[in-house]
Write a protein that binds this ligand. Structure first.
Ligand code: TYD
Ligand code: MG
Length: 463
């Protein structure tokens, strides 16, 4: 018998190579190639190909085929543009322990409570463990079925038996196709199992949601292969030490990818957060130098978050710079601008900057607020508590407007803020908020009366 030929496939981008090499020829990642037998892949793909359809005039295509159905979990429906589309396949990615299983069990329970059958397939936890969790979440419904399966044909068998409207696969990396020699979680397994599930979803009209674990480097195992195969890719994110969780859309064939869902993890599972700004500002203390509120846009949602900067005279030859929830590069650039353009020395200060509440903001709209908070801390003067700031700072110290300024200001006005520092070009403000229009960071510092150091301690840093 002829020896089966093998080749090597990249875990990240799916490129193949005849020989093992350290660096993938496709995506240049290191150590991502793994051996793959010349499996029964062609036979398998023939078996899972959907039945062919005749071409039809575009106007005759039935658009109602893709009407989303509410999942009963409001924040998920918001992200999906109404709910899950029957026959669609969704991939939910996220780090271990972030709450993917919890979210999907809650979704499963809501769908079952609405009288639709759900099959929850878990290759990670036993039915007993899932039941215990379901009890805690109030998710014991007669229409919610559990299957602790990892073998693909048995999963398909369970779908045959239950005939569900929704199938949850937790996780795609635990499934194995017995015809393939590679290990669970390998590119070949993940790709073939997900292809098969896509075919099942399309042919039966049931929605499938698969959990995909994110690898250490931050990508799903075989990410590109999976992203092509599915209709929607969601990412569940957050800081494990905080209760807040973000649900983002990475890809969505049925709608916008701009929506953001927000949840809070509590004793009894995940709870939607319809008014996040209020949550972020709930514990804010007034009168602290270095604190300012900044309106950011996350997905499509304006959020008000508190930014804090603490500066201290450094005892190190190269002072410490630390950021939480911000990009360290932005802080470095701002400190250089403060020093060179605004004339505020900060090269001998340790600088700690953070966004309160476990939020991560990477947008340039926070520059102005970060600059003002830094100066506020350096000189030991507080900023007015009813003030927000938004704008991008250029390398010349000039201010630029950022997208959706009007919406950011409207959110600030809604939460009772009275003043906003903005670039000259900012649009007219909503009612209740007064604009302080400035051209440069230097102007902003002067208009807020931050020019003069106020305490002896700060004097040592700002000379
Ligand atoms: P889980 O959904 O198992 O995460 P994933 O599937 O993404 O790995 O969530 C695990 C964490 O969530 C765990 O640390 C416990 C916490 N948790 C709560 O805080 N409250 C709850 O009601 C539940 C079910 C979990
Ligand atoms: Mg899990």
């Amino acid at each position: 018998m002829a020896k089966a030929r093998t080749h090597f496939r990249c875990r990240s981008c799916g490129a193949t190579a005849p020989k093992w090499v350290g660096q993938c020829p496709g995506c240049s990642e290191w150590s991502t190639l793994e051996e793959e037998g010349e499996s029964s892949l062609s036979a398998l793909s023939a078996a899972v190909l959907p039945p062919s359809r005749k071409p039809q005039p575009i106007a005759e295509v039935d658009p109602t085929e893709f009407t989303p159905r509410s999942t009963g979990v409001e924040e998920l429906d918001r992200v999906l543009g109404g709910g899950l589309v029957p026959g669609s396949v969704t991939l939910l990615g996220g780090e271990p322990g972030i709450g993917k299983s919890t979210l999907l069990l809650q979704v499963a329970a809501e769908v079952a409570a609405a009288g639709r059958k759900v099959l929850y397939v878990s290759g990670e936890e036993s039915p007993q463990q899932i039941r215990l969790r379901a009890e805690r979440l109030g998710a014991l419904h007669p229409d919610l079925f559990l299957a602790a399966e990892v073998i693909l044909p048995q999963v398909v068998g369970a779908i045959d038996t239950v005939e569900p409207d929704l199938v949850v696969i937790d996780s795609i990396q635990t499934l194995v196709h017995p015809d393939l020699s590679s290990a669970p979680g390998s590119v070949a397994q993940v790709r073939d199992c997900s292809h098969r599930l896509v075919t099942e979803a399309k042919s039966r009209g049931c929605a499938v949601v698969m959990v995909g674990h994110v690898t250490k480097e931050g990508g799903l195992a075989g990410p590109r292969i999976l992203e092509h195969a599915v209709d929607t890719v969601l990412s569940f994110e957050g800081d494990r030490h905080h209760a807040l969780r973000f649900l983002r859309v990475v890809k969505h064939r049925f709608g916008s990818t701009l929506e953001l869902g927000l949840f809070e993890m509590g004793e009894r599972g995940l709870r939607g957060v319809p008014d996040p700004s209020e949550l972020f500002l709930a514990d804010r203390r007034r009168g602290i130098p270095g604190s300012i509120v900044v309106p950011v846009i996350e997905g499509n949602r304006p959020l008000l978050v508190e930014l804090q900067v603490l500066t201290a005279l450094s005892s190190l030859p190269s002072p410490r710079r630390s950021v939480t929830g911000l990009e360290s590069n932005r802080l470095a650039v701002l400190l250089a601008v403060l020093e060179q353009r605004v004339g505020i020395p900060c090269s001998s200060a340790d600088v700690y900057a953070l966004v309160v509440g476990g939020v991560r903001v990477a947008e340039p709209g926070t520059d102005l607020a970060l600059g003002l908070a830094t100066v506020s801390s350096l000189v030991g003067a507080t900023l007015p508590p009813d003030l927000v700031a938004c704008g991008e700072v250029g390398l010349g110290g000039e201010l630029r407007q950022v997208p959706h300024t009007a919406r950011r200001l409207t959110e600030a006005a809604r939460l009772g803020f009275k003043r906003a520092v903005v670039p000259f070009s900012a649009p007219a403000p909503p009612e209740g908020i007064e604009l302080i229009r400035v051209g440069t960071l230097t102007d902003a510092v002067a208009r807020l009366g931050l020019g003069e150091p106020r305490s002896d301690r700060a004097m040592r840093v700002v000379r």
